[in-house]
Design a protein around this ligand. Structure first.
Ligand code: HEM
Ligand code: HEM
Length: 184
């Protein structure tokens, strides 16, 4: 690996996972705001079912790609932090990144388990994946609540993460963005 940026597969994984997580969060926000009934009344049955199906599909893809990403992170590591980072920036960015890893495993795992415990299909495109745990509606309620809370944590962490990245890119102009960029 070049010493000044993440390896190409790590950079691709960063942006592919970002492109899956953001729509999954947006769909989740719709589920939260309108519920299944509200969505059905607004968009119709077909679109509502597709929203759930592709929410689950994107989430399962995130889980699989995060596993690959973790293996690469352990095997290839990360380029050393830039000298331009203050000690506070180092602590904050490392903390946020580690918590993002953790949350990006927790959210889809909880979504999968909650779906199975609710007796709903764990859809992946047009396939049905094994639920892995038995139907248990009271447990599903708890797991769905945890799924929502963990997704809220992802949202908060991403706000910090993206604000930090934009500050380095547009204000400090210190090359942090290049470490993860697919260009140049
Ligand atoms: C506009 C959106 C985003 C920008 C500009 C951005 C930018 C960056 C940059 C520049 C880095 C490298 C930081 C460093 O070298 O220390 C990074 C790392 C990281 N980003 Fe993002 N990011 C964005 C969105 C996201 C999203 C949506 C996620 C999660 C779904 C995410 C998760 C991560 C993680 C976990 C790392 C740590 C990488 C590692 O150590 O393996 N980022 N991001
Ligand atoms: C990155 C991955 C994921 C994100 C960011 C995410 C985010 C969210 C959010 C914010 C909600 C709304 C929570 C609420 O209503 O309290 C939600 C609901 C839901 N999620 Fe996910 N989710 C992800 C993965 C998954 C996976 C993998 C599955 C199942 C295989 C899943 C199944 C569901 C279902 C069925 C609901 C509706 C819950 C309800 O209507 O009460 N999610 N998700």
């Amino acid at each position: 690996m070049q010493q000044d940026r993440y390896s190409l597969p790590q950079r691709w994984l960063h942006w592919i996972i970002a492109a899956l997580v953001l729509p999954a969060l947006a769909a989740g926000a719709l589920f939260f705001a309108l519920g299944f009934g509200g969505l059905k009344d607004t968009f119709g049955m077909e679109t509502t079912n597709a929203l759930y199906k592709y929410h689950k599909t994107a989430g399962v893809l995130v889980l699989a790609l995060m596993l690959l990403r973790l293996v690469l992170r352990i095997r290839l590591g990360a380029p050393p932090k830039l000298e331009s980072l203050t000690p506070q920036e180092r602590i904050l960015s490392t903390g946020v990144q580690h918590l993002l890893y953790l949350a990006l495993f927790a959210v889809p795992t909880l979504g999968w388990a909650a779906t199975a415990a609710g007796g709903y299909p764990v859809e992946f495109f047009s396939w049905k994946l094994p639920g892995l745990i038995a139907k248990n509606p009271p447990l599903a309620e708890v797991l769905f609540a945890l799924h929502g809370l963990a997704a809220l944590a992802v949202l908060g962490l991403l706000a910090l993460h993206i604000a930090g990245a934009l500050r380095h890119w547009l204000i400090k102009k210190d090359g942090v963005m290049r470490r993860m960029s697919l260009f140049g």
